[in-house]
Design a protein. Structure first.
Lengths: 109, 152
């Protein structure tokens, strides 16, 4: 399955400004606890990890479990302190991986 | 007429059955389920009260997708991680969010709730200290009702 994400990345900010990243990935996050109409257990299939790198630094590293809803939504904030690349990475338990990249240009305050 | 009768008896059967299956477990060992989940994550350490804020609705209609925001209290130093626990879910550990500057210790996501319960957020500082806040959430319709029959 190919993953797809809708991502809102900041492109520009003043130094010291707090910026927000919002993400939404299409993924069933199948818990492994549900059964189908024949009573068979539906195997688990979830995204297990999300991480964010900003200007060569790992700033967010998140473990996801079945308690996270289908099509996981995540929003977080950080202080824009220098220009650099933003890299968002999701990894699933089937070996799937999705990477989204953007560039944040930071101007002096 | 027959359709009406059948539907009524089905509804009564469902209501009765659900009560019998869910009631004993719901009251029994939620505390020990949470305790086991905390022990799995933190070993011997247990959180003290406070240091973290947890925002979510007190009453939700559908447990499949419940918006939640977790953040460290403004008067606290930045924690190394934020965790979420849902004690009544089949798997009480919800997520762990490790954070490093310049990111703020705050995130918003959507979680599943298998039923009415006290959702708990835990902040973990680099020195090993833990702080927790719990919010009672009433859930009208739990996430995937099948869970209840398998796990409870």
């Amino acid at each position: 399955m190919t993953l797809s994400a809708r991502v809102r990345l900041p492109q520009q900010a003043r130094s010291g400004e707090v910026v927000e990243i919002r993400t939404l990935v299409s993924h069933p996050m199948e818990t492994g606890f549900r059964v189908d109409s024949f009573g068979r257990r539906i195997p688990r299939r979830i995204l297990t990890r999300f991480s964010c790198r900003y200007a060569e630094r790992l700033i967010i590293d998140m473990e996801l479990r079945p308690g996270i809803s289908a099509n996981p939504y995540l929003a977080f904030r950080f202080v824009a302190d220098r220009s650099g690349e933003i890299e968002l990475r999701w990894q699933g338990d089937q070996g799937e991986e999705l990477v989204e990249r953007g560039h944040l240009e930071v101007t002096p305050a | 007429m027959t359709a009406f009768l059948r539907r009524r008896s089905l509804l009564q059967g469902l209501a009765g059955g659900a009560f019998v299956l869910v009631a004993p477990r719901a009251l029994a060992d939620l505390g020990s389920r949470l305790d086991a989940a905390l022990a799995e994550r933190f070993g011997e350490r247990r959180p003290e009260q406070g240091g973290v804020e947890l925002e979510l609705s007190r009453l939700v209609e559908n447990g499949n997708s419940v918006a939640v925001t977790v953040r460290a209290s403004p008067d606290e130093p930045t924690p190394a991680a934020l965790h979420l626990f849902m004690p009544r879910n089949p798997e009480p550990w919800g997520t762990s969010f490790q954070v490093a500057p310049p990111a703020l210790a705050e995130f918003s996501t959507r979680i599943r709730l298998a039923g009415t319960q006290d959702v708990m957020a835990v902040a973990e500082w680099a020195d090993g200290r833990l702080g927790a806040t719990a919010v009672s959430v009433m859930v009208t319709l739990g996430a995937c009702a099948d869970d209840l029959y398998l796990e409870f």
